[in-house]
Ligand binder design. Structure first.
Ligand code: P53
Length: 496
């Protein structure tokens, strides 16, 4: 079996990480606009509004807002037949709770999508990629508030109607499951606009917000199919498979439960109901969640058409009773008063403290464990579980690039990473019979890192001259991986 003839070969980005123009054309501030630049191992700060004198890297990003025409030509030269980006909610509804959209923002995406189509590139659109209106955080508490469902559905309805003849492929919430890591501030804020107080039960708040998002997503799937029956609307899951660190039965069980805590979101998106393991968990934890019968019926009616997912790395876990060798992939362990019974039969999972290093694989400079086989494993897992088409909408290698005196960039390490992952993806198609729609490597044009706010953590085949402090010409140039990927696309994945 080979890849589909109409395989979608593309590249992926998100509005807030490349557009810039953060307050141009009537755009309002988003959650991304109040996050400062961090560094490797240094978290980004979430500030109370935009504070003068601080470095907010998304404000200018790589200025795609003003340069998209030239950039699209370059994307066409690269050979892309699709381009995954997001619509910045704040260009359309600057505050998020308005009744009428901002025409200038709508026009921007009309022009952008026209330019894509003129270059033979199909837009693939994420509705919410870490960039909800900041006003919805300060006025409503983000997605902890049920009102957010209507605000999101209104936004989605406006853009789906407006672009119904230009965009066919949609996704609702980017990496909705990152917030499984609720003890840290980053994912709950970027996913859901959540800021916690000391008295919050973080986990309960996260489940509530995720529930409202899943309902909002399901409503949008149903509505989208009414707007245009040809739409294909997917979810978007951050897939980091969690392996048991050893074949000790307790490690195996710990890994199974950890997978449930990270991937139940996909169960609801795809099957339209809450899985038994999660209902049991809610009961045991005595969470007080607002889940109505109308919500449950909306979930049933809005199952996604395909599973979009990102894949960068795999995780490993040991039974919590075994406290040795604990590392942590996201910074220091923070306690938040969470007490667990060690070795308890429930195998409760805390993402910020339970993961261990996998000695069988190497890691990137940012500690992301490189594991191409994990991609094949993930595809196999998704497909046997759901039997829905898959779309790899992010994959890539964040690395520091050196520019040679003649301007060339020899990023063989990136080619090696992508090649190994494309091979693994083809294996999943050939050997496991997975139905795969496409592949869009992340940040194929250098952009602002979501996790750290750096420019230096580069994923691109196209180099952008800008550093962490914001200096540089913003000129674009081709790295070695550019010609390589061009050839991969041209041969439909045969020449690696
Ligand atoms: P950066 C964590 C784990 C996996 C994917 O990430 C993640 C994150 C958040 O940092 O995010 C996705 O830029 C996300 C993109 C992001 C990309 O992966 O931190 O959808 O917005 O840029 C890479 O290296």
């Amino acid at each position: 079996m080979t890849l589909r003839k109409d395989f979608l070969w593309g590249g992926a980005v998100a509005a807030h990480q490349l557009e810039g123009g953060w307050n141009a054309g009537g755009k309002g501030p988003s959650v991304a606009d109040v996050m400062t630049a961090g560094a490797n191992g240094v978290e980004r700060q979430i500030t109370d509004g935009v504070i003068d004198g601080l470095n907010y890297p998304n404000h200018e990003a790589i200025d795609f807002y003003h340069r998209y025409k030239e950039d699209l030509k370059l994307f066409a030269d690269l050979g892309l037949n699709c381009f995954r980006t997001s619509i910045a909610w704040t260009r359309i509804f600057p505050k998020g709770d308005e009744l009428e959209p901002n025409e200038e923002g709508l026009q921007f995406y009309d022009d952008l999508f026209d330019e894509c189509l003129a270059n033979g590139i199909e837009p693939v659109i994420t509705l919410s990629h870490f960039e909800m209106p900041y006003h919805l955080v300060t006025e409503y508490g983000g997605f902890r508030n049920r009102k957010l469902i209507d605000f999101f559905v209104r936004f989605a309805e406006v853009v789906m109607k407006r672009y119904k003849n230009k965009v066919k492929y949609w996704m609702t919430f980017n990496e909705i499951n990152n917030q499984a890591n609720f003890n840290r501030d980053f994912a709950p804020f970027t996913n859901s606009g959540l800021k916690f107080t000391d008295s919050d039960n973080r986990e309960q708040v996260m489940y509530q917000a995720a529930h409202y998002e899943l309902v909002a997503s399901a409503k949008v799937v149903e509505l989208g199919h009414q707007i245009n029956p040809d739409f294909e609307i997917g979810c978007m899951i951050a897939m980091c498979p969690i392996y048991p660190a050893t074949c000790k039965p307790e490690d195996m069980m710990a890994a199974t439960v950890a997978m449930q805590r990270r991937y139940w979101f996909a169960d609801v998106h795809v099957r339209g109901h809450y899985p038994a393991y999660l209902k049991a968990y809610f009961n045991r934890k005595k969470f007080n969640l607002d889940i109505t019968d109308e919500d449950l019926s909306a979930l049933e009616k809005g199952c996604v058409d395909y599973i979009g997912f990102s894949y960068y790395m795999s995780f490993a876990i040991k039974d919590q009773a075994d406290q040795t060798d604990r590392v942590h992939l996201h910074g220091d362990i923070d306690e938040h008063g969470y007490q667990r019974e060690l070795g308890a039969p429930a195998f409760d999972y805390l993402e910020d403290s339970d993961l261990v290093k996998n000695d069988y694989v190497k890691a990137s400079e940012w500690g992301w464990q490189i594991d191409p086989m994990g991609l094949r494993w993930s595809m196999s897992w998704f497909y046997e579980r759901y039997e829905k088409p898959l779309f790899i909408v992010e994959n890539g290698f964040g690395a520091v690039d050196e520019v040679e005196p003649d301007g060339s960039i020899h990023d063989q390490y990136r080619i090696d990473y992508l090649e190994a992952h494309i091979k693994a993806m083809k294996d999943a198609v050939e050997f496991e019979g997975v139905d795969l729609m496409g592949y869009t490597p992340w940040g194929f044009i250098d952009l602002v890192s979501a996790g750290t706010g750096e420019m230096k953590k580069r994923y691109g085949m196209i180099y952008v001259d800008k550093d962490n402090e914001g200096n540089g010409t913003l000129d674009r140039s081709e790295k070695d991986s550019f010609a390589w990927y061009h050839d991969v696309i041209k041969s439909n994945g045969e020449n690696l």
